[in-house]
Design a protein around this ligand. Structure first.
Ligand code: IPT
Length: 949
């Protein structure tokens, strides 16, 4: 074989031989045959290593291994079929469009099939491939059908004339790299393969070809108008609405509209001479009006996420259950919108969005981000030779998905710079579907788009935009604003969600935002737990930047998702303890509150002592009411009491809640009075003993401790490590430069007085003048021992502290933890909305948040007291509580979950302060009010021996 290029692979044109794109529908009365399953597979290192003889009938592939279709070959074969590559925006091959490397992994796929006995002999047949990355050529029974590009788009081929009742041979040659790869530079794994369904569809004479269901809603009259345009004439019926009409004929009737909050679908049918196709009609009208995105006359607020398709074992080959799980998780976490970043999803996902109710921005499979490295020179979207490929992609998306009421906007793609090709796409889309809006983030002047869209803008800038103070072109000034990406959910975080949400609620121009992103793309891996970029020896990679989701790879919600659910809850509940009332605001855009039930409960020291139903009027969208609470059920004088009000959905799941403290926590009497005694080997004070030389705590009662020391270090989070877009500093790096991960502790003075043991010292890194003076003052009343920590910064401090508190060690047997404070999950200063005050318990392992890339995690906020390992700690004031089976240094050194191995000490951090989290792994850092500036501070902890928690 020669080593020449295979022409179609490098050709900028999208392909040859495929049928024109059309609407996708799952089932019809016509026969279909799934060709998913096990296929024979041969991997070659180049596009032309083997000739086409494998595609011929009679070829013996019995010795070939097998792969699963749908699937990616690099995720199968235990490493025998190559490996995944992760890059964010860098092309993993030299940039010389449209050419791709000679080393072009090529997978020959082969399967045979028989037609089912009842397969009709008449009519034609279509072979549909819903997704192949990145370029395929195919043959049926030895006949070349053509080739195509456009990985996440469907392609159909007419094959009826080639079919035999039995022994059909379908051969598909898939090349990992092609000119199409230049258009598919999304931030994700490069995963070649036939990763979506392959289906043979019988096309009877007179069958439905393409159809377009237009179903609008007039909110002024309550009438819906349905018109189904079809290539083949037929009848349209919607029995529930009494509709029975010809295709192409509009019918207007009274309907209930479709919205994401009330996803009312009407079952119907399109019947042509040869086929019956089920319809699911949702009546709704999307419009740009008064500078706002309105659906059915109402401005909507997107509480959205960016969803890549991801499964930790199967990559982008998702089964229906996984898609359904995504939608159910979104709905149960108060999410109302999804941007299908950065390509059209499996079509079944959109059926689920129609059914469950989600606003969808359907994004085209287009990104050329790598050209940013060369100042966008040679960008395909600004080169007319590529325009047919771009238009092909736009058409394949719009034609496939146009019948979904959930799709309210078409997005041209992501991070593709600017250019004529994008304008051509927008023009084509507007011509084909004037009833939806067009989105593209890179169009800063909004020449081609209907909405001003940005990524990761800071709160301050978003506020300016909301107040129409951002300037820009006249066209842009008149448009609504969305953040198509914000709140980068990488590792611990994102922080600052609440402040964004308040802005969106305050300014009507701000129509919401989409968190980046839905799920971590970690690959399940025996070595690491989950693998990320670099774990497969890639030459170029972007590490764990691919793990930045609200879900862990196995779809367990992260604390970020729990926080997001709270921040975007569709009912605002504000308990007003002074008045004995609760303010309830319906923040839905459409729906009243009649579908929710409300319940009050009353807590004494974190424990619910009584609860009951609360009657809340069925407020219309946007309305508020002040509802009277019952009289406090118990009179608890020496306790902290609290009201909690919750809104529950029909299935009992919590939709929203609010709480407020009624009587505050009584101030504890300080443990003082006892006198420290210097013995031969120990100093004793009440229940505690100390090292006489260093003044360090040794025991509290029978509990041995590794002495509390001042601790300012945390294992930098992905956000700490990131570069803030505003300040251009990497905090994690600055901390390390300063040496906060290696501070030394100096004891200056151990002093015994009548009522205290006082230890003075200085904590500072080697080589630096900056430090912290510390005074640990120990007192006791005979039963408890109290530590008052005073800290004062000395020297020049330019950066906020990671944390400020003490760390001590307990014997490794400590496991159970009880605490009265915020819970049940982790919280940090700017991620604490979902943290509810209560009496919680867990074990040390359960307190860990297993970020794919280990980092600071697991703090519990507002802790009044905690019990662990036979010790009880009370704080004045409340503190942040963290416990783990490894040190911060071990956590810091770990790069994968599997690096974290339990030691024989449980390390406990009691923090007075924590630096906020922010979102600077890609975006702005923590707001100023969440920065932990070094300054003088004093805080106290009281330790007593307690039973095992
Ligand atoms: C933005 C991309 O659109 C998205 O795909 C992802 O890479 C995200 O960043 C970071 O995770 S683009 C960037 C220049 C903001």
């Amino acid at each position: 074989m020669s080593n020449r290029h295979v022409d179609y692979v490098d050709d900028v044109l999208p392909g040859n031989g495929a049928l024109p794109p059309r609407a996708w529908y799952a089932a019809s009365s016509a026969h279909s045959l799934s060709l998913n399953g096990s296929w024979r597979f041969r991997l070659s290192p180049t596009a032309d290593a083997h000739d086409e003889s494998f595609a011929a009938e009679g070829y013996d592939a019995a010795q070939w291994p097998e792969v699963r279709v749908p699937g990616h070959w690099v995720l199968q074969g235990d490493g025998a079929f190559g490996a995944p590559i992760y890059t964010n925006h860098l092309y993993p091959f030299p940039v010389d469009p449209p050419y791709v490397p000679t080393e072009n992994p090529t997978g020959d796929h082969l399967r045979t099939f028989d037609l089912p006995d009842d397969w009709p002999a008449d009519g034609s047949a279509t072979l549909r491939l819903d997704g192949v990355e990145s370029c395929a050529r195919l043959w049926l029974n030895g006949t070349d059908l053509g080739e195509f590009k456009g990985s996440r788009l469907p392609h159909e081929f007419a094959v009826g004339h080639l079919l035999k009742p039995a022994g059909n041979v379908l051969a598909v040659r898939v090349h990992q790299w092609s000119s199409g790869s230049y258009l598919e530079d999304q931030d994700q794994w490069w995963l070649p393969g036939i990763f979506r369904d392959v289906t043979l569809l019988h096309r009877p004479a007179g069958c439905v070809l393409d159809f377009f269901a237009h179903a609008s809603y007039d909110h002024t009259s309550g009438l819906g108008t349905l018109r189904v345009d079809s290539d083949v004439d037929g009848r349209v019926t919607v029995p529930e609405l009494g509709i029975d009409t010809a295709t192409g004929e509009p019918v207007t009737v009274a309907v209930e509209p479709w919205t994401a909050e009330t996803p009312r679908l009407y079952a119907g049918e399109l019947v042509t001479e040869g086929e019956r196709v089920p319809l699911r009609i949702g009546f709704r009208t999307v419009a740009l009006e008064d500078g706002l995105i309105k659906v059915n006359g109402v401005p909507v607020l997107f509480k959205g996420v960016n969803r890549h398709e991801w499964h930790p074992e199967h990559g982008r080959a998702l089964d229906l259950d996984t898609m359904r799980r995504d939608v159910e998780l979104m709905k149960s976490h108060n999410i109302n919108a999804v941007r299908t970043s950065h390509y059209p999803p499996h079509p079944a996902f959109l059926d689920l969005c129609d059914e469950y109710g989600l606003w969808v921005i359907d994004e085209c499979d287009l990104e050329t981000h790598g050209f940013v490295e060369q100042a966008w020179r040679d960008n395909p979207v600004d080169d007319e030779r590529w325009t047919p490929a771009l238009l092909d992609r736009a058409a394949r998306m719009v034609e496939r998905d146009k019948n979904h009421p959930s799709v309210v906007m078409w997005s041209l793609g992501n991070e593709a710079g600017t250019g004529r090709g994008l304008t051509a796409m927008a023009e084509w889309i507007r011509g084909r579907d004037p009833e939806r809006l067009v989105h593209y983030e890179g169009d800063i002047n909004c020449r081609d788009t209907d909405v001003y869209s940005r990524m990761y803008a800071s709160h301050a800038e978003v506020e300016q935009i909301g107040a129409h103070l951002d300037g820009g072109t006249e066209r842009r000034r008149g448009l609504p604003f969305i953040l198509c990406e914000y709140a980068h959910a990488m590792g611990n975080g994102p922080g600052g969600l609440t402040e964004y949400q308040r802005l969106f609620e305050a300014h009507e121009r701000l129509q919401g935002a989409f968190v980046w992103e839905w799920i971590d793309h970690g690959i399940k891996d025996e070595r690491y737990g989950y693998a990320y970029g670099g774990d497969f020896g890639e030459e170029l990679h972007d590490g764990n930047f691919v793990c930045d989701g609200l879900l862990f790879p196995d779809r367990t919600p992260t604390p970020g998702l729990i926080e997001f659910k709270k921040v975007v809850e569709p009912v605002r509940i504000e308990v007003n303890t002074g008045a004995g009332t609760v303010g309830v605001t319906n923040r839905h855009d459409f729906r009243d509150l009649s579908h929710l039930t409300f319940e009050w409960s009353y807590q004494v020291d974190g424990e619910t002592v009584e609860a009951g139903p609360l009657s809340v009027p069925p407020l219309a969208a946007g309305e508020s009411a002040e509802v009277k609470l019952p009289a406090p059920p118990v009179d608890a004088r020496d306790a902290e009491t609290q009201w909690t009000v919750r809104a529950l959905g029909a299935d009992g799941h919590e939709v929203a809640w609010g709480a407020a403290v009624l009587t505050p926590r009584p101030v504890a009497r300080a443990a003082t009075g006892d006198r420290p005694v210097r013995g031969e080997r120990l100093i004793t004070l009440g229940p505690a003993s100390f090292d006489p030389r260093t003044g360090e705590l040794r025991t509290v009662g029978r509990v041995p401790v590794v002495a509390p020391r001042l601790d300012v270090w945390r294992a930098p989070t992905d956000n700490d490590a990131g570069a803030s877009w505003q300040e251009d500093i990497r905090l994690g790096e600055e901390w390390r430069k300063l040496g906060l991960h290696r501070v030394q502790h100096r004891v200056d003075d151990v002093e015994l007085s009548d009522d205290a043991l006082t230890v003075r010292g200085r904590v500072a890194p080697a080589g630096r003048e900056a430090g912290l003076r510390t005074v640990f003052r120990w007192t006791s009343d005979g039963t408890a021992v109290r530590l008052t920590v005073s800290v004062a910064p000395v020297g020049e401090w330019k950066v906020p502290l990671p944390r400020l508190g003490v760390r001590f060690g307990l014997p490794g047997g400590a496991s159970r933890v009880r605490w009265f404070g915020g819970g049940p999950g982790e919280a940090y200063p700017d991620t604490r909305q979902a943290s509810a005050l209560g009496l919680w318990h867990d074990d040390v392992d359960g307190l860990q948040t297993p970020y794919v890339y280990p980092q600071e995690n697991g703090a519990r906020a507002d802790v009044r007291w905690a019990e662990i390992g036979g010790l009880r700690v009370e704080g004045e004031p409340e503190f942040w509580f963290t416990a783990r089976r490894w040190t911060t240094e071990q956590l810091d050194a770990a790069t994968h979950r599997t690096d974290l191995v339990a030691g024989d000490t449980v390390w406990v951090n009691l923090d007075h302060g924590q630096q906020g989290i922010g979102s600077q792994s890609c975006g702005p850092g923590p707001l100023p009010q969440y920065q932990l500036r070094p300054q003088a501070a004093e805080f106290a902890f009281t330790f007593t021996e307690a039973g095992e928690a």
